[in-house]
Write a protein that binds this ligand. Structure first.
Ligand code: PBG
Length: 338
């Protein structure tokens, strides 16, 4: 007597969402977002020496590499179709000082690896981070004086460092320090030095996050850092402030914007894409990577599916691409799937 179908119809009318989900072929047909190898930027860690592949305990599957190994990795990434790398140096403690002066060495480890990669694998993009933290004895991104990170002096040094990075062959400068006025200053510096074609990907909204923990082990700054980075990174509570900060970077000439970390800040990715229309990238940072790896290693989640689902979420949130330590793993997966 009681027609269940009829009861459902009373509520839904003729709208049945499940029709489009009924088979694999319909699901493929209505798919809105797709992750491709073209969306990937692979961050790598570089150490001095030769023939070195050094596992990073806090980032299972990620190694610090000497320059020769980084070149091999760049070749593999290029063969997989990954468009670009982002490089981070782990320099000897003897080279770190109060002002991060090693960043002004034309032939420092970061510039060495850029030059080597551009020479051997010219068709892969190299994105270099310009910030002082790998080079300071205190692990901060700026010059520390009397307990204060001094803004303008830091910017002046970053401009010089950016020009040296461009001289070494960097294609895109990515300032990750969050000092005020850095984008405009770097743009003017690059132009004056004849590097009009070198782009700027701004870490436009970089939050004072706990998710950078494993990265600090990767570049050996975790033991050095005193205090926190709250006077220059953005408070995780503040979305509108993040948008205002990004707006300044757009005005100052950023070519691309980045949101960092990624997954806890998908709302910011979406708002930035809507507000500016510039290419927007999410950085799925070390802690995001490691928590997936750790849960997978314990058998608590399916690591491969978590990798794919999180990367896809960035596309859905409007991102044009993702910096991710999964880049090679996911590129292999996508190639296998065809
Ligand atoms: C700082 C910098 C950080 C990361 C890259 N550059 C954060 C920090 O140490 O405060 C983090 C990257 C990651 O966690 O994967 N210039």
């Amino acid at each position: 007597m009681h027609d269940k179908t009829h009861l459902v119809d009373d509520v839904t009318g003729h709208r049945r969402m499940r029709r489009n989900r009924k088979a694999d072929w319909t699901r493929r047909l209505v798919l809105e977002n797709r992750l491709t190898v073209d969306d990937l930027i692979w961050p790598i860690f570089v150490v001095p020496g030769d023939g070195i592949l050094e596992p990073i305990a806090a980032m299972p599957g990620v190694n610090r590499m000497s320059v020769d190994k980084a070149v091999e990795a760049a070749r593999e990434a290029a063969d997989l179709g990954i468009p670009a790398l982002a490089t981070f140096p782990n320099v000897g403690m003897d080279l770190r000082d109060q002002t991060g002066s090693q960043i002004l060495e034309a032939n420092n480890l970061l510039n060495q690896v850029t030059a080597a990669i551009k020479k051997a694998v010219p068709n892969i993009g190299v994105i270099t981070d310009v910030a002082l933290d790998p080079f300071t004895s205190h692990g901060h991104d700026g010059i520390l004086r009397d307990g204060v990170i001094v803004n303008d002096e830091t910017v002046e040094q970053l401009v010089k460092a950016a020009i040296l990075q461009a001289d070494a062959g960097s294609d895109i400068i990515a300032p990750s320090d969050m000092m005020d006025g850095r984008i405009g200053a770097i743009r003017r510096g690059l132009d004056a030095a004849g590097h009009q074609d070198v782009g700027i990907m701004s870490y436009a909204t970089k939050f004072a996050s706990c998710y950078y923990g494993p990265y600090r082990e990767a570049i050996s700054t975790s033991g050095l850092l005193k205090g926190d980075k709250k006077t220059y990174y953005i408070d995780p509570a503040n979305g509108t402030e993040a948008l205002r900060d990004a707006a300044l970077d757009v005005e100052e000439g950023a070519d691309m914007l980045m949101v960092k970390p990624g997954l806890p800040y998908l709302d910011i990715c979406w708002r930035m894409k809507e507000a500016f229309g510039l290419p927007v990238f999410a950085y799925q940072v070390s802690g995001e990577y490691s928590q997936i790896k750790a849960a997978a290693a314990n058998g608590w989640i399916d690591g491969e599916r978590a990798m794919l689902e999180t990367l896809l979420s960035f596309k859905r949130a409007g991102c044009d691409g993702i910096l991710t330590y999964f880049a090679v793993e996911v590129a292999r997966h996508l190639a296998k799937k065809g």
